[in-house]
Design a protein. Structure first.
Length: 249
């Protein structure tokens, strides 16, 4: 039996309004279990301040394990509109450069899709928006991986499809992106944003894709307690998801 890769998938830390006890609970689990990597799918901060990004940097560095991050809608400057419109990812990019962000595993590969934009033709600007350029960049990376036998996991902040299939998609461009990515060989998609964990399968044509959402480790709860996912994968056993929920007890 092949030893599975193990990833801790967390999202929506919202440093500034983080759930301190849940954050420590997560850090203790990383220290004890030593996963191959921690994947954080966005909203690392609450207001993208320099202080909040510094707190995130110190937290991730303290884990002692590889960390891969995505930008969330809260990770662009909120108060400094000039910077938001001219250099929206400057602070996030400095964090990414400080903690790394490239992960190479024997049986699994991660591919990123940016679902955030500095502004949208609607209000509020919090929901997802997949631009043609962002999708093209991800598809180019998948084309580079054509023929690579490894299991392909996409990481993004916003879910590409709504939960109920009959509900309007809050992510602009999400339907087209999901169809193109599934055709390009994506096997699973990790996201956050909604603060409620989920695990479901959707398909485009004959290409099923596992869609996995992490909850939050912040105090901004939306009907679910703080938590994170443990993702295990091996070629002979497939993909397994464990949803962990924080309890003060």
């Amino acid at each position: 039996m092949i030893k599975p890769h193990r990833l801790f998938h967390v999202s929506d830390l919202h440093f500034g309004v983080e759930h301190k006890a849940a954050i420590q609970w997560f850090a203790d689990a990383v220290a004890e279990e030593k996963p191959d990597a921690v994947i954080c799918t966005g909203d690392l901060t609450q207001r993208a301040t320099h202080r909040q990004f510094a707190e995130v940097r110190n937290f991730f560095r303290s884990l002692g394990t590889p960390v891969v991050i995505e930008p969330g809608n809260h990770d662009m400057p909120y108060f400094n509109l000039w910077e938001r419109f001219t250099q929206p990812y400057k602070r996030y990019g400095a964090l990414r450069d400080a903690i790394g962000g490239v992960l190479e595993l024997e049986h699994l590969v991660l591919v990123s899709l940016k679902t955030t934009v500095r502004a949208q033709p609607r209000w509020p600007w919090s929901d997802g928006f997949v631009t043609k350029d962002a999708l093209a960049a991800t598809l180019a990376e998948l084309e580079r991986l054509r023929g690579d036998p490894r299991f392909k996991i996409l990481t993004a902040h916003h879910p590409l499809l709504p939960g109920p299939e009959d509900r309007k998609n809050p992510t602009i461009g999400g339907d087209d992106a999901f169809a193109a990515l599934s055709q390009a060989g994506v096997n699973a998609i990790l996201t956050g944003h909604v603060h409620v964990p989920f695990d479901m399968e959707r398909a485009s044509g004959n290409h099923p894709v596992r869609m996995i959402g992490a909850g939050t480790l912040s105090t901004r709860l939306r009907g679910a307690e703080p938590g994170y996912n443990v993702i295990s994968f091996a070629p002979d056993t497939g993909l397994a998801i464990e949803q962990r929920v924080y309890s003060a007890d």
